[in-house]
Write a protein that binds this ligand. Structure first.
Ligand code: TYM
Length: 327
């Protein structure tokens, strides 16, 4: 029996190189070894306000990104979270297992709620990690491949699963995370002390997977660099380290090799080549995306939901029975 992995991306904002290099790129490899379920997490996206028409488009776009990146619907299941209502139902039950104190320690909520002010953040945003735990636990997921920023949420998932099992008997598998050292945290181009983020204020923070050539060149040219002029991969040069990392992950060249290639050259040469590398990756990616029709992707998503719903429904019934509901 293959082990099962589950992961997801929110259909909000512009998906960027961080999402690809930190998560989706790894899924493409892992789908050959694991039984794989990849979700478009629309229930998570509405924890901040979304325009309904844009959201509908984004959901389809994220699924197309999965496919264009190489997720193969013959090997993996992809579906839309809200098509399987068991996610929301299990989240409600897990809400009664999660404690206020541990939820208040979630750093992503702290970061995200800071923007608009805690008082006006939605309760959904606060509760978001519990919904993520439900996503994972519903499918007896063994491994969750994500970027570094999701680690705390997976720790919480493990805690909730253990607590539930302790109170009601063995029900949930305690999931492991899969975080690949390379790419686990791609930093913002405009600020290498913060992660590249879909919700960043400035579009110069990220390279969107949908950016055109001109935009990519402009953004990389403008990307922050460190003092000095050498192309070196070092912790005291975080901006450069991040750019070399992106170069390395997109070309499969080692960072040491890249340092050697640019010995004696300056930032301008390096940045111009990095723009070429990003364009060489994104152009075929975008061409693939453009070839996938909405109908095709909706059909895949519907079949995906039909496939996973019985797994989710069985698990939820088990949970309801254990907690004393009449099923
Ligand atoms: P989301 O949509 O913010 O991000 C999707 C994936 O991209 C990774 N990621 C990054 N990796 C490296 N560098 C970055 N700068 C960067 N930014 C984002 C994230 O770690 C993530 O893997 N809560 C999740 C979605 C989710 C989920 C789940 C994931 C909902 N349910 C169940 C796994 C399992 C989120 O908001 O990801």
């Amino acid at each position: 029996m293959k082990k099962r992995i589950f992961s997801g991306v929110q259909p909000s904002g512009n998906l960027h190189l961080g999402n690809y290099l930190g998560a989706i790129k790894n899924w493409v490899k892992l789908q050959n070894e694991y039984e794989s379920i990849f979700c478009v997490v629309d229930l998570h996206a509405i924890t901040v306000p979304q325009d309904p028409e844009k959201l509908r488009k984004k959901i389809i776009e994220v699924a197309k990104i999965y496919l264009a990146a190489g997720i193969d619907p013959q090997k993996s299941t992809i579906f839309i979270q809200s098509h399987v209502p068991e996610h929301a139902e299990l989240a409600w039950i897990l809400n009664t297992v999660a404690k206020m104190g541990e939820m208040e320690r979630m750093t992503q909520f702290k970061d995200k709620s800071q923007k608009e002010g805690r008082e006006s953040a939605s309760v959904g945003l606060f509760d978001y990690p519990v919904l993520m735990a439900a996503d994972i636990l519903l499918y007896d997921t063994q491994v969750v491949p994500v970027g570094q920023d999701q680690l705390q949420h997976i720790e919480l998932t493990r805690t909730l699963a253990r607590r539930f099992n302790k109170s009601f008997g063995d029900t949930f598998i305690i999931p492991e995370y899969f975080i690949k050292e390379e790419g686990k945290l791609i930093m913002g181009l405009d600020d290498p002390s913060k992660k590249m983020s879909k919700s960043a204020k400035s579009e110069y923070n990220y390279i969107a997977l949908s950016d055109d050539e001109e935009t990519i060149r402009k953004k990389i040219k403008k990307a922050m660099t460190d003092s000095g002029s050498e192309i070196v991969y070092r912790d005291d040069k975080p901006a450069l380290k991040n750019l070399i990392n992106i170069y390395s992950l997109l070309t499969d060249r080692s960072t040491g090799n890249i340092e050697k290639m640019y010995a004696g050259k300056g930032y301008a040469d390096f940045k111009s080549d990095l723009a070429d590398v990003v364009i060489a990756f994104l152009r075929p990616f975008q061409e693939k995306m453009a070839k996938i029709s909405d109908e095709e992707v909706l059909d895949i998503l519907k079949k995906g939901a039909d496939k996973v719903r019985p797994i989710a429904s069985k698990k939820l019934s088990e949970v309801k029975d254990k907690i004393g509901f009449i099923i």
